[in-house]
Design a binder for this molecule. Structure first.
Ligand code: FRU
Length: 564
């Protein structure tokens, strides 16, 4: 393959690789959203689960969750970590107001949008807020309670965590609304930390303040008609404390746990949540405090994708009472089973996508290999054709060469014979010239080259032995294509002319003829007894051109040589 072709192939392979890589690279931008939860409980778990589920429908988003377990310093550290991770957006539910606005500002300065949800920091430096209207929830609770109480009676309030925005707003909404009812009085107030145990402790504290013990005797006090808990768990805790008080003070007529109205907030539809507590009659009413992870994710994506969004989004709320709790629970169960189904489908889709990915890689691999094979096949076929052309060319050249060799070989033989004849004639002429001279200048001298007179028999015996030596020599050197009469003579101790004469006299044939005959005889034997080809035999018996061998063979045996 030429250099330019090689470059073309290299370029082709590079393009192919680039196309394969490009088709494997996701083109859409992927977003990482950091979520900082202030605490851990069933309400937060539900929200986190909803956020993760919404990523099923937004493949280009992933969520990293952190939970501070009601520890402000921990939450500050976790937010800082998320900022350092360079998340694309932060979702924060701050534990208390006034404590985390500084670290939120750091994120905002780094151009990381911040969504506050459910709770506020107390500062304005955030991108958007999403949550229910806690002031309204407080108001709704107050109006419902007033209605149930016949607009008269006493209420105990157990507020949520000190300094947290939902606790403050619910308290304000509730108190503002209650103040419209002159015959309703809030006779006790304590704060909890949103957990059931804290509701219980807060209630115990209020009871000990309302009904102190003097000299071992319980002092009577105002009747408790209603308990407003900052959330469902604290309201349940308050009821537990009230029931315990009644058990330990059965004569306390001002305490009647089963007739008391219990108000809570959250109305979680999950097992053991507020909705179930209302349906079981443990709580009288609860307000839905929605999690709505789906809406939270939609807001986040609108911000990330530069779409329009509301800075303040208020999620709707509604009261859950004994008349609708069962229906709402049934609906939730239905939705939950749909969610589980979607989860299973998602897992299946994930598996299928994983398989598809593998298959895609295999497919690209096969396509790549096929193309590489195709390229190599083309190269091989081309190389094979070139080789064939070269072989043909070589064969043709070889034929030409053989022809030339045959001509040269024939001419060489002819020349050798002519040379022998010429030398012989020259010698004869020389001898006759000498003899002429002797006739005139007697006494006569013998020619230096003429053989010495020997007894006839000895002479013949010697000559025969010489011919045998000659033949033996020829047989030994048959395969030598350069074997010349000159060399044989030198090796046998005779001049070329002497050798020629001797052989010619004894056999009637020239040395060249005898050498050729010996070669042809050996060739005949080889052709009959071995599996060698005609050319191989020709070379073996000292011919350098097979075509010349064929000609000589035909002249000698009257038929062309044929192999076995
Ligand atoms: C959950 C929770 C809810 C409450 C909300 C107020 O952590 O305590 O029970 O309604 O937070 O932010």
């Amino acid at each position: 393959m030429s250099i330019s072709n090689l470059h073309k192939y290299k370029f082709f392979m590079t393009c192919l690789l680039a196309v394969l890589l490009a088709s494997c690279t996701p083109s859409k931008r992927h977003y990482l959203i950091g979520v900082s939860q202030c605490s851990e409980d069933s309400w937060r778990s539900k929200l986190s689960a909803e956020l993760e589920q919404s990523t099923y429908f937004n493949e280009d988003v992933s969520v990293v969750l952190r939970s501070a377990d009601d520890n402000i310093e921990q939450q500050r550290k976790q937010i800082q970590e998320l900022v350092d991770m360079n998340v694309d957006l932060l979702i924060v539910s701050p534990q208390q107001t006034g404590n985390l606005s500084d670290v939120v500002s750091i994120a905002m300065e780094k151009d990381i949008p911040v969504i506050l949800f459910d709770r506020k920091t107390g500062a304005d430096n955030y991108t958007a807020f999403i949550g229910a209207d806690n002031y309204l929830i407080g108001q709704m609770m107050a109006d419902y309670a007033a209605d149930q109480m016949g607009r008269r009676g006493n209420i105990v309030e157990i507020a949520g965590e000190h300094n947290s925005s939902p606790a403050i707003e619910r308290h304000m909404g509730f108190n503002d609304a209650i103040s419209k009812y002159p015959d309703i009085h809030i006779i006790g107030y304590a704060e909890g930390d949103w957990k059931q145990r804290s509701g219980e402790e807060a209630m115990k504290k209020i009871l000990s303040e309302l009904y102190p013990t003097k000299d071992g005797n319980l002092q009577p006090g105002p009747e408790i008609n209603c308990v407003f808990g900052g959330n469902d768990r604290m309201a349940v805790g308050a009821r537990v404390a009230l029931e315990y008080f009644k058990q330990t003070h059965p004569d306390a007529s001002f305490i009647n746990p089963s007739k008391t109205i219990y108000l809570g907030v959250d109305a979680l539809p999950t097992p053991g949540g507020g909705m179930q507590k209302v349906s079981e009659g443990v709580l009288t009413v609860s307000a839905i405090y929605p999690t709505h992870g789906d809406e939270l994710m939609e807001l986040a994506l609108n911000i990330l994708n530069g779409k329009s969004y509301e800075k303040e989004t208020q999620l709707e709320t509604s009261l859950v009472t004994q008349s609708n709790a069962r229906v709402l629970l049934m609906q939730y169960k239905e939705i939950e089973s749909q969610i589980q189904y979607i989860k299973r489908m998602h897992a299946r889709v994930d598996t299928i996508l994983g398989q598809l990915d593998t298959e895609r890689i295999i497919l690209f691999g096969i396509i790549g290999m096929t193309l590489i094979l195709a390229v190599f096949s083309i190269i091989t076929v081309r190389a094979y054709r070139i080789k064939q052309q070269l072989n043909q060319e070589l064969f043709r050249k070889n034929e030409e060469l053989n022809e030339e060799k045959a001509v040269v070989e024939r001419q060489r033989d002819q020349l050798e014979e002519q040379c022998d004849q010429l030398l012989d004639m020259t010698e004869k002429l020389k001898v006759s010239a000498v003899n002429e001279g002797k006739k005139t200048d007697a006494p006569q001298a013998t020619s230096p080259s003429s053989p010495q007179p020997t007894p006839l028999q000895d002479h013949h015996g010697e000559e025969n032995r010489f011919v045998d030596r000659f033949l033996l020599y020829v047989d030994d050197h048959l395969s030598d294509s350069d074997l010349s009469v000159e060399d044989i003579g030198a090796d046998l101790g005779l001049s070329r002319v002497q050798l020629y004469r001797k052989i010619k006299t004894m056999t009637g044939k020239t040395p060249v003829e005898i050498i050729r005959e010996e070669r042809l005889k050996r060739a005949k034997v080889l052709l009959e007894d071995s599996s060698l080809s005609i050319s191989e035999v020709a070379y073996k018996v000292g011919f350098s051109a097979p075509s010349y061998f064929t000609k000589c063979y035909k002249d000698y045996y009257g038929k062309a040589p044929s192999g076995k």
